[in-house]
Design a protein around this ligand. Structure first.
Ligand code: SF4
Length: 280
């Protein structure tokens, strides 16, 4: 994505109040609807991904596969603490459980790094090769806060393969649109950045390839996983949009404590009924 020339940011709850008809507050957090483990099949992939599932979902999956509930907790630790990349690495669970997972079509849902390049300021762009051989881009941006002696690491994550919105300034848009990313394909971007930097991600911006508001279900599930499983504060996350009609109220109804950034690219954007912003 090309760097936007102008960004207006507002807490999601404030964005909702601005629509006059809504009632969001910035204090409560409503769980994002999440998929039931059984029956999940990723768009663009042939297997079902464990990554992105919560501990209750993993416990239920264990029970569904004839195991005791605590085996789901073990899966959770393997995914989010040990960061296992393949079910074959699940040494702490019985072989029969590993085989049951594989037999039911489950995978961890991690993709190999295809290429990575680091700029002089430490910003690192990582290309991940998805199961269907498509490439997505994710960027890690390190910032040292000299005054506090702390450091931040921001992950700029993609939400789609390509983008249907074709903003004139943007290389991603010119390349066309292939498909939406599944939740695990968004989550794994943060894990790839943490492994590259050997540092936990402190901030997430949904500002990579694609328009997050056109893949809102996956974005919300990934947002929830970042918050609940990876312990990234909601206030440390920003969802960026060029403006897609009817989606801001939908997003705000989830009462997230994150920020909504609206990119205007130096030109006035109007929300046309066709789902595509047009410039004036
Ligand atoms: S909405 Fe799509 S085309 Fe527009 S800037 Fe973002 S990625 Fe590029």
């Amino acid at each position: 994505m090309a760097a936007p020339q102008h960004v207006r940011a507002a807490p999601l709850a404030r964005a909702l109040r601005a629509t006059a008809t809504a009632t969001a507050t910035a204090t409560a957090s409503v769980p994002v609807p999440v998929p039931v483990p059984a029956g999940i099949k990723s768009q663009g992939t042939s297997r079902r991904a464990l990554l992105g599932l919560s501990e209750p979902q993993l416990r239920q999956l264990a029970i569904d596969l004839g195991q005791q509930s605590y085996r789901g907790k073990q899966l959770h630790d393997l995914l989010y603490k040990s960061r296992a990349k393949q079910i074959q690495e699940f040494n702490h669970v019985p072989k029969a459980f590993r085989e049951a997972l594989l037999g039911a079509g489950w995978s961890v849902g991690r993709s190999p790094v295809h290429h990575a390049v680091t700029a002089s300021d430490g910003t690192t762009k990582i290309l991940l090769k998805l199961e269907d051989n498509r490439l997505i881009e994710t960027v890690g941006i390190p910032v040292d806060d000299d005054n506090k002696g702390s450091s931040r690491l921001t992950a700029c994550v993609s939400s789609q393969v390509g983008c249907p919105l074709r903003c004139s300034f943007c290389a991603t848009g010119k390349g066309g649109f292939a498909r939406n990313l599944q939740p695990h394909e968004i989550v794994e971007q943060v894990l790839a950045i943490e492994e590259t930097f050997k540092h936990r991600v402190t901030n997430v911006v949904f500002m990579g390839m694609g328009e997050p508001m056109m893949n809102l279900k996956s974005v919300l599930e990934a947002h929830q996983c970042f918050n609940k499983e990876l312990k990234i504060g909601q206030r440390m996350m920003t969802i960026s949009t060029v403006g897609v009609p009817n989606t801001i109220k939908m997003l705000a109804s989830h009462k997230l404590q994150s920020t909504l950034a609206v990119r205007s690219c130096g030109r006035r954007l109007f929300l046309a009924p066709s789902l595509t912003p047009w410039e004036h």
